[in-house]
Each structure stands twice: as C-alpha cells, then as structure tokens.
Design a protein around this ligand. Structure first.
Ligand code: AQP
Length: 334
C-alpha cells in the first residue's frame, strides 16, 4: 500500500528479446492493473548481470525493453517504468535483507539450480542471492501483489518469508505481497521441447516466438513446433506440445480450451499450427508497429526514464529510510 492505494511491483530482465511467455505470463496482464494499483514496472538490469552480458548490448536491450513496455500498452503516466540501476535503494535494501535470509532458503531455489547448471563457469554470488535482490525490489514499493509467470512463485514465497521475519522483529515495516498469476498463459512452453518453459536464454531460436518476430517467422516457427504423431487436437498431459499450442491459441483469441478443441475437431495439426501462428501474429502486430514508432523518439523515451526514475527513487527511499532506522543505522545529519 502506498499513499492509501494498493501497489504492485514487477520487472523483467534485459537479457534478451522478450518472448511470448514473457508477454502472456506477465506483460499482457500488467496492462489490466493500472487503474486499481499504483504500479511499478522495472527493467531489472541489476539482475541481468548475474549472467555475463556485453555492456553495449545490455544498454541497448534495456532501452528496447522499456520501450516495449509502453508499446505493449503500459501508459507511462499511470505506471512507473524505470531502470533498476537508476534507483540505488534496490542494492541498499538488498544488502540489509541478505542479513535476514538464510543460506538454506537460497539453496532451495530451483531457478538458481537451473541457471547454475547452465552457467557452470560462472556460478557467482549474485546468481545465488538473486532472490534477495528480488525481495528488495518488491518490498521497497510495499507491493500488495506481484504479477508474474508461474516460474517466479518460489521467489515470491521467499520474499514473503523474509518480510514476515523482518516484521516479526521490527513491527509492521513491509507489506506482505501476494503472487498474481493468471491461470492461462502462466507457463508457456518451448516450441521445440514442450516440457521445458519458453526461455530467453534458449539457444534454439525456433523454440521461442519473440515479440518482434515478423508474421512469416512466427508462422514458420509454429509450423515447425514439436507435437506428437496422433494428429488429434486435444488438451492432455500426455500431449504437451499440442496442449501448449492450444493454450497459446486460447490466449491469443480469447477462446477456452473446449472451444478450441471443438473448432478444430476433425482438422489436422498443419491447419491448427497455421491458425495459431496467424492469431499470434495479429495479436503482436499492433505492439510491433507502436514499438517501431516509439524507439525512434529518443527525447520521449529519455524523459520517461528520467521522470519515472525519480518517482521510483522517492517511494523506494521512503521504505529504505524506515528500514535503516529500524535496524539501527545512525540518523543522517542534515
Ligand atoms: N515461459 C514462460 N511462460 C510464462 N511466463 C514466463 N515468464 C518467463 N518465462 C515465462 C515470466 O516473464 C517475466 C519476466 O521474466 P524474466 O525477465 O525475469 O526472465 P526469466 O523468468 O528468467 O525467464 P526467461 O525470460 O526465460 O529468461 P531466462 O532464459 O534468462 O531464464 C516473469 O514474470 C516470468 O515469470
């Protein structure tokens, strides 16, 4: 809760081009929340360096990501869109929370295990304490909800535990956040390995639909999507490939699983894959057009980065000062 209004925080890493999972699992839902909540959406560039990045590319991707937030429909007058690295309070609160988080808790995080296994040459401390920085991100803004995909549930549980621990020592300092995860689109799977989630860091470009892919590319990737061999369009645990496509088609068209199964009864996978590709391409087209306009408007994007960074700092510092006082840091002399 901030200034008497419920608040929320979420963010994305500027590590690659956003894919359909990022959009359907998170960004698409964000756009519906701006009237009910005070919204903070961050480009989490500090999280991004837990894996090695090329500096110029990271800067370019951060700007592209913030622009994509707006292109996808987030109004920068109503939603605070900013860079994490422009608000030092994230790092400062993260340090304090490190001292209230147990190694055992961090050892259980499945994202750490997964990313560590993919980056064996660089299992750095930042990768390990990533969930603590994420807890700081959320708690700085006294977020009531955190709209994310299903894969982030465990990190939000940890945030709740750390916030609860802190509150039990020092009184009601932090709002305890709830995950906000929609049923549909919460876990979009890879088009090539449908038992794995669609992921920015997947080396196989055919496994993911990127938000800026053109129509032909999108349809081609769907045509190549891995499915089973029985050719029946039915949602079922033992048919992960086709079930994933049914879910994607459903979110892109607003149709339920049953409606989709009925619509394609007696039709083959080929027709269904093309229909899914077309539905996704027309869902993404307006976002792409808006993005291509906005990215050219340097002055406009710069003004959002500056103004929203200042607004985020204002709220973040309010929480940080309270926390610093609670833990016993000396008062600042003015
Ligand atoms: N496949 C997915 N289905 C639904 N939601 C997803 N999210 C990510 N993948 C899927 C959600 O997107 C938001 C931003 O995620 P992030 O930038 O923090 O990246 P991530 O969760 O680490 O996932 P990525 O995009 O696949 O990156 P890599 O490859 O680096 O792990 C989050 O709300 C997330 O839940």
């Amino acid at each position: 809760m901030l200034d008497g209004k419920k608040s929320l925080f979420s963010g994305m890493q500027s590590t690659g081009t956003l894919h359909l999972g990022n959009y359907l699992g998170a960004l698409k839902n964000w756009v519906t929340l701006e009237d009910e909540y005070q919204c903070f959406y961050c480009v989490v560039d500090m999280h991004s360096i837990t894996v090695r990045q090329e500096p110029a590319e990271l800067r370019r991707k951060a700007r592209a990501l913030l622009t994509l937030y707006i292109a996808a429909g987030l109004d920068p007058e109503k939603n605070c869109l900013y860079y994490q690295s422009h608000v030092p309070a994230h790092a400062e609160l993260s340090w304090i929370l490190n001292c209230y988080t147990y190694m055992g808790e961090l050892n259980r995080m499945t994202q750490f295990k997964d990313k560590a296994s993919k980056n064996e040459e660089n299992i750095n401390a930042g990768l390990f304490t990533y969930p603590v920085l994420m807890a700081a991100d959320i708690l700085l803004f006294q977020a009531d909800i955190v709209p994310v995909g299903d894969d982030q549930k465990q990190h939000i549980e940890l945030t709740r535990d750390v916030a609860g621990r802190f509150n039990s020592i020092y009184g009601d300092v932090f709002t305890i956040p709830e995950p906000y995860i929609k049923k549909t689109g919460a876990r979009i799977m890879s088009l090539q390995e449908p038992t794995k989630k669609m992921s920015k860091s997947d080396d196989n470009a055919n496994a993911s639909i990127y938000l800026l892919d053109d129509t032909d590319t999108i349809i081609r990737k769907f045509k190549r999507a891995v499915t089973d061999s029985d050719n029946e369009i039915r949602h079922s645990k033992d048919k992960p490939g086709i079930s994933n496509l049914i879910e994607i088609y459903g979110v892109a068209t607003g149709k339920s699983i049953e409606e989709t199964e009925k619509e394609f009864e007696g039709k083959g996978y080929g027709d269904f894959k093309i229909a899914t590709g077309e539905a996704v391409a027309s869902m993404l087209k307006p976002i792409q057009d808006r993005y291509n306009e906005l990215i050219k408007d340097k002055a406009y994007i710069d003004s959002i980065i500056k103004n929203n960074g200042e607004k985020a700092s204002y709220y973040a510092n309010k929480t940080l000062r309270k926390v610093q006082k609670k833990v016993g840091f000396p008062e600042r002399i003015r």
